[in-house]
Design a protein around this ligand. Structure first.
Ligand SMILES: Nc1ncnc2c1ncn2[C@@H]1O[C@H](COP(=O)(O)OP(=O)(O)OP(=O)(O)O)[C@@H](O)[C@H]1O
Ligand SMILES: N[C@@H](CC(=O)O)C(=O)O
Length: 540
């Protein structure tokens, strides 16, 4: 594995070491000569829950350690999932919160016990030093005892559980426990670490109604300050951070650890943000569904954002903007293949402008660009990837013509807003509107919204639909791409329910039946992405 050093040098002086962990043998392992170490550039590594569940030995034994000779490393952990995300700790914690809402239910006690045993067993399985193991087990027991007491108290008061902040308190335990195990295992392997919780890092008096850039800037400074206190120790940081106005779950949503890592990278002006997954990087299509999908070595932040919003959620959508505006490259890497180069997300427009911290990331070399399907002017003369988002509903509303068009749209959107319903795609005429509502529509809220919308027109809904999106930053410079896309679907007998192409032309999307989505993705990939050599040249 390679780790490159940056010419940039920053210093964050060590302060208190409250939660610092020394090597269990009493021989504090030094992460290199302390003074030298403090001048190395930062790398922020984020590990997802299933990676921590299944590959903790590779993470702590190989991945983190291989960067220590050249970098200061920050390890950011999501909650552990021993099998799949659906059975992971965060989901179980949310289940416990729901169970505590039911008066008299004791299911949550069993769930907390399962979570406790899962982490105690992991510690026992991987940590060999008896002192480190004992300490980690105590920490796990303490966190689980507190959680149980909180849920019991909340069940009595009930009201407390409805507070968004209570769910956050419960959910935060997942990242705490995960960090305990990762820090313990790193210590066991001779790396000095420090557990850093971001749970209370946001000043309680910070009063904001919306999460704007000022708030994110504040967060990156606060996170960097918390991490900098670790000195030469490797900070093992909870991906959970709080308390966010409106609650982390509501305002940021699941997958918040990516954003925590991104903000830490910004605050530290890191050399690179690494997001470690169980895939080699971002592919031209979901590699589980399209066997010819190719790894994209380079992708622009705009393309990565579109893919993320429309089904290929390799990275949390809020992450990109924060890191890229600070000109920090994001690399997606595979825990099962640490020496692979992964996918690098970088802006294709060299800004020529230095950021306040002095960075002006140069574009990759022409050799790298050509190898990755780019021209020397950083354009790519074919679409970049295809993605599907399933579990989509289509909502059609036909005006009863009692209001003029602008009032018609205003009423629709204020109704959807009232019921918290997000719209992914939209297609309109003067009196008709079709909207694709992406994933996880709340059926009860939808019923209420439809009831209200019936006062302005006829309403019908189609379920089990999917959005198919062809993404490529340079598609706007190509003639005939949408024609080929829809022709290909027609030839495969795939009916199109709705079409949308944004003004940026980075994404051409259509809505089709969910049961045809994988077939559709495969035929589009075969025609427009498999053999890019045969595609027509762009017309400028
Ligand atoms: N274009 C794409 N490129 C790569 N992966 C994709 C793409 N579209 C969808 N995926 C899917 O995204 C998933 C990303 O990998 P992984 O399983 O590590 O993430 P995850 O489920 O988000 O877990 P975690 O939060 O633990 O990182 C893979 O399962 C992959 O099949
Ligand atoms: N553990 C949280 C956060 C994360 O994975 O980033 C989740 O499952 O959503």
């Amino acid at each position: 594995m390679t780790a490159t050093a940056s010419p940039l040098r920053r210093s964050f002086l060590p302060q208190s070491n409250e939660h610092a962990h020394a090597n269990g043998n009493g021989n504090a392992y030094s992460n290199g000569d302390n003074d030298d170490h403090l001048h190395k550039p930062w790398i922020v590594q984020k590990f997802g829950g299933t990676s921590i569940g299944k590959f903790i030995e590779t993470i702590t034994g190989t991945i983190v350690q291989s960067y220590l000779p050249t970098n200061r490393v920050v390890v950011v952990c999501s909650a552990r999932s021993s099998e799949s995300k659906s059975l992971g700790t965060t989901n179980r914690l949310l289940k416990a919160a729901a169970s505590a809402l039911v008066p008299g239910s004791i299911d949550f006690i069993e769930t907390v016990q399962d979570i406790r045993l899962d982490h105690l067993n992991a510690a026992h399985q991987y940590i060999s030093d008896p002192d480190i193991l004992k300490r980690v087990q105590e920490e796990v027991n303490q966190d689980c005892d507190r959680l149980k007491a909180f849920l019991e108290a909340a069940q009595v008061t009930q009201k407390m559980l409805y507070l968004p902040r209570s769910k956050d308190i419960i959910m935060a335990v997942g990242e705490r426990l995960s960090c305990r195990i990762v820090a313990g295992l790193l210590e066991d392997r001779g790396v000095e670490t420090q557990f850093v919780s971001l749970e209370n890092v946001i000043d309680a008096v910070f009063d904001l109604n919306c999460l704007d850039q000022n708030f994110y800037d504040y967060l990156s400074r606060a996170f960097a300050a918390a991490v900098s206190k670790c000195g030469h120790r490797v900070p093992v940081v909870t991906g959970f951070f709080g308390f966010v106005p409106g609650s982390l779950l509501k305002s940021i949503g699941r997958g918040y650890t990516d954003l925590a890592a991104a903000l830490i990278a910004v605050g530290l002006d890191a050399e690179e943000l690494q997001v470690w997954k169980e895939v080699d990087g971002i592919f031209t299509a979901d590699p589980r569904k399209v066997k010819d999908a190719r790894l994209l070595n380079i992708i622009t932040p705009e393309e990565a954002s579109e893919l993320t919003y429309y089904g290929s959620e390799v990275i949390h959508p809020f992450t990109m903007e924060q890191v890229i505006r600070a000109q920090i490259p994001i690399r997606i890497k595979n825990v099962m293949n640490p020496s692979g180069s992964g996918t690098i997300i970088f802006p294709d427009q060299p800004s020529g402008v230095c950021t306040p911290n002095g960075r002006n990331t140069p574009p990759p070399s022409s050799e790298v660009l050509l190898k990755n399907g780019y021209q020397l002017d950083l354009s790519r003369r074919h679409p970049t990837a295809v993605t599907i988002k399933d579990n989509v509903w289509v909502l059609n509303i036909h005006s009863n013509r009692k209001s003029v068009s602008h009032g018609f749209f205003a009423q629709i959107f204020s109704t959807l807003d009232r019921y918290g319903i997000a719209v992914d795609l939209i297609s309109t005429s003067e009196v008709h509107i079709s909207m694709a509502l992406g994933g996880n529509v709340n059926e009860a809220e939808m019923e209420k919204a439809m009831e209200s919308l019936r006062s302005i027109g006829t309403v019908d809904v189609m379920k089990e639909m999917a959005i198919l999106s062809l993404v490529g930053k340079q598609m706007k410079n190509m003639v005939g791409i949408s024609g080929r896309m829809f022709n290909t679907l027609a030839k495969a007998n795939i009916n199109i329910e709705m079409i949308s192409q944004g003004a940026s032309e980075i994404n051409i999307s259509c809505v089709i039946l969910e049961k045809q989505a994988i077939q559709a993705m495969n035929v589009i990939h075969g025609e427009l992405l498999s053999n890019v050599g045969h595609l027509n040249e762009a017309h400028y």
